[in-house]
Design a protein around this ligand. Structure first.
Ligand code: COA
Ligand code: ZN
Length: 318
């Protein structure tokens, strides 16, 4: 990937929907997938193979995976979240080979979220990786929640997260994601954590998953970008939040992320007009949805004159 390029991974269909209690019909989820893919998004988490008792919204996970895979979306990498071995098995049985395993780096959030100690989650992950013998295409991303703070334990030392990363590395995993589950991170610590990661593990692809709970989502993404993180999660409309983390709010809005990077001359491959169709469509499906996205609220500025190389003022002469 070029240095002036980022991949925005769209997580609306997973994180964005997981704390919406009313079941969103599968057909509507598929239409959202189609609209988002049409905007140029190249990476999407499309569902979650979790217990339907824990999150009824994803009781259609297998159907969702099968339908999306049948569409053979060209150029779009699709994946699903799995919290345990059973989830990985169900994902594989429905044809989904890219899975994002989730565990928290804080003990108490892991117990609240997936009802396991972190040691038990590590055992589970090991068993998931062993499924590669039967499913050679299996591609596991290790996702770490609460890296920048836990709603129960507060600040988490970078060394704790690095300890998990080292163990994931030993298991052969080369794609990892760090999440600010409840929005406790600030740009300085996000930058420092990401710097530690990319320095110690230059052959690992790290991605970042930020919640905009206190308005620092974009700043934190930019901080991560500045030290080389090139995969940034976002959710259409800034939807999202973990139902098992008190105080959780939405992800950074995809629209705002795309706008920030595009304005900086960092290519996302996403067409804003097309992306905005997705939030407009979802508003018809769920009329009382409340978005948290500056771009949805006010739109993109209209260029006032010819765009020249150094004509920023001329461009946005508003
Ligand atoms: N998918 C579907 N069903 C699952 C499942 C999965 N991944 N894992 C377990 N189950 C089912 C079991 O078959 C069992 O069903 P039964 O009661 O009909 O026999 C039931 O769920 C309980 O199984 P158990 O292994 O005891 O799970 P648990 O009750 O300890 O729950 C989790 C553990 C991880 C499955 C559950 O806490 C969960 O799904 N959490 C979701 C976390 C999440 O998505 N958070 C937000 C994203 S970060
Ligand atoms: Zn999240």
């Amino acid at each position: 990937m070029k240095t002036d390029e980022v991949v925005i991974r769209e997580v609306m269909l997973r994180d964005g929907l997981q704390n919406i209690p009313e079941f969103i019909p599968t057909e509507a989820k598929i239409e959202l997938f189609r609209l988002i893919a049409a905007s140029g998004i190249r990476n999407m988490e499309i569902t979650s193979f979790v217990s339907p008792k824990a999150i009824p919204q994803f009781r259609d996970a297998a159907q969702m995976a099968q339908s999306v895979l049948r569409m053979k979306p060209e150029g779009v990498e699709v994946s699903a979240l799995v919290p345990n071995l059973k989830g990985a098995q169900l994902a594989l049985e429905s044809g989904m080979h890219k899975v994002g395993f989730v565990m928290s780096v804080s003990e108490s959030h892991n117990i609240s979220n997936v009802r396991r100690t972190t040691a038990e989650s590590m055992d589970e992950l090991k068993k998931i990786v062993e499924l590669k013998e039967k499913y050679p295409d299996l591609d596991v991303k290790a996702g770490m929640a609460t890296v920048f703070g836990c709603p129960f334990e507060g600040r988490i030392k970078p060394e704790v997260t690095l300890g998990f990363i080292r163990r994931f590395y030993q298991l052969g995993l080369r794609h990892m994601s760090m999440a600010d589950t409840v929005g406790f991170g600030n740009p300085r610590e996000v930058k420092e954590m990401c710097r530690l990661c990319v320095t110690e593990f230059p052959d690992v692809t790290f991605s970042i998953h930020l919640h905009n709970t206190r308005g620092l989502g974009l700043a934190n993404s930019l901080a991560a970008y500045e030290v080389g993180i090139r995969i940034h999660d976002g959710a259409v409309g800034g939807l999202g939040g973990c139902p098992f983390a008190p105080g959780a709010k939405g992800n950074t809005s995809t629209e705002d992320l795309v706008f920030m990077f595009q304005e900086m001359g960092v290519e996302t491959g996403v067409k804003m007009d097309a992306l905005l169709e997705a939030s407009r469509y979802f508003q018809k499906v769920k009329k009382d949805v409340r978005y948290s996205s500056s771009i949805i609220e006010v739109g993109v500025p209209v260029p006032k004159g010819p765009i020249t190389k150094d004509g920023y003022e001329q461009k946005w002469n508003m």
